[in-house]
Design a protein. Structure first.
Length: 363
């Protein structure tokens, strides 16, 4: 059976490209979920809440995070008023600064209502005008190309042949795909870095640089790793950045009291067993060193997410030998260097092969 055609996809991709040119990292079709406990020994069950057509995230040189969400619709059987109220709720739930309602055609009453709800609107012709004025319509990266997007999306997830059972290795991979697709956006942000590394450690022996699916998975993991580190940097900067290692540990362990409790537990464990087990994982020292370089180079750090996204498109998928241009201006050398450092540190921390990022390392 053929997949249903997403008539809204061209609008999503065009807005994604536009936001990318404004400095945003731009995941699309992000599903928001909720997990609830099924009871003792029964595990957790995921419930889908809704999905974001386009999500834009960027960090400014003060490491303040900015978020934009968007709803893109082209069909006729849509209540625009209902979508506006839905979008307003999602904007608040996700903590976004701005929200866009993009529609092929917009009625006047929708234009009148949207500003009162703190929302922005664009119809097809207006989106085209903005694309032209910003140069988005001539941008070299095929971020708005439907065929290219589909070719990448087809690489996401495991493949189980019809009539076959999922293997143990595929089950391990599926847990990581599920985490990246759903759980990452739901759990407390401070938990993501440690959780992310743990998930990739669990499949490090499975990932092959010769497998296109695994390369995409590695780049997706590296981008989430960079985003998690930038959120740590945001906390560190808010504390004054005078003691980066300690502030990072406070953030990653859930606050100063939680950190003290964990340190006290490990002290008691050593007294009871005689075994000296460190609280911090072995890889954390190198990650904090990378974090320090990011904090000292905020302009470069702000571009890591876009570089990782564009290098995958430009160098991995299109096999281009030179770094992609993020804008019409000069390349951000520190951003490119930090992107390489982030990918390599991610590989070392998780145990996955650095060759998964071979194209990036050559730049």
């Amino acid at each position: 059976m053929s997949k249903a055609v997403d008539l809204d996809l061209p609008l999503k991709l065009r807005l994604r490209r536009l936001l990318f040119l404004q400095g945003y990292w731009t995941p699309i079709e992000v599903e928001l979920s909720h997990y609830h406990d099924l009871g003792v020994g029964a595990g957790m069950k995921r419930r889908s809440l809704t999905d974001l057509d386009v999500l834009g995230i960027k960090f400014d040189p003060l490491f303040i995070q900015h978020r934009v969400v968007a709803d893109c619709k082209s069909g006729r059987n849509v209540s625009d008023a209902n979508r506006l109220f839905w979008l307003s709720g999602v904007m608040g739930y996700f903590g976004a600064d701005e929200a866009y309602f993009v529609r092929s055609k917009l009625d006047r009453h929708i234009r009148a209502v949207a500003p009162k709800m703190g929302l922005r609107t664009l119809n097809d012709s207006e989106l085209g005008a903005v694309e032209k004025s910003t140069g988005a319509d001539a941008f070299q990266l095929p971020l708005a190309d439907v065929g290219f997007h589909q070719s990448v999306r087809d690489l996401w997830g495991i493949q189980v042949a019809g009539g076959s059972k999922i293997t143990a290795d595929q089950t391990r991979l599926k847990k990581v795909y599920s985490y990246l697709s759903y759980t990452y956006w739901y759990i407390e942000r401070y938990r993501n870095l440690l959780t992310l590394v743990g998930h990739f450690e669990s499949i490090a022996d499975l990932l092959s640089p010769q497998n296109e699916r695994h390369v995409l998975l590695a780049y997706t993991g590296a981008a989430r790793f960079a985003h998690s580190l930038l959120e740590v940097a945001s906390f560190v900067a808010s504390m004054g950045a005078s003691d980066i290692p300690q502030y990072a540990r406070i953030y990653l362990y859930g606050g100063p009291l939680a950190l003290k409790d964990k340190e006290r537990f490990f002290e008691l464990l050593q007294k009871a067993t005689g075994i000296s087990e460190p609280l911090d994982p072995a890889w954390l020292r190198e990650v904090i060193e990378l974090l320090g370089r990011m904090v000292r180079n905020p302009v470069g750090a702000a571009e890591i997410l876009r570089y990782l996204e564009s290098i995958y498109v430009w160098c991995v998928r299109l096999n281009m030998p030179t770094p992609p241009a993020l804008t019409s201006g000069a390349p951000n050398t520190s951003g490119l260097v930090l992107s390489k450092d982030t990918a390599v540190t991610f590989a070392k921390s998780t145990g996955i092969s650095e060759d998964l990022f071979a194209k990036l390392k050559l730049l």
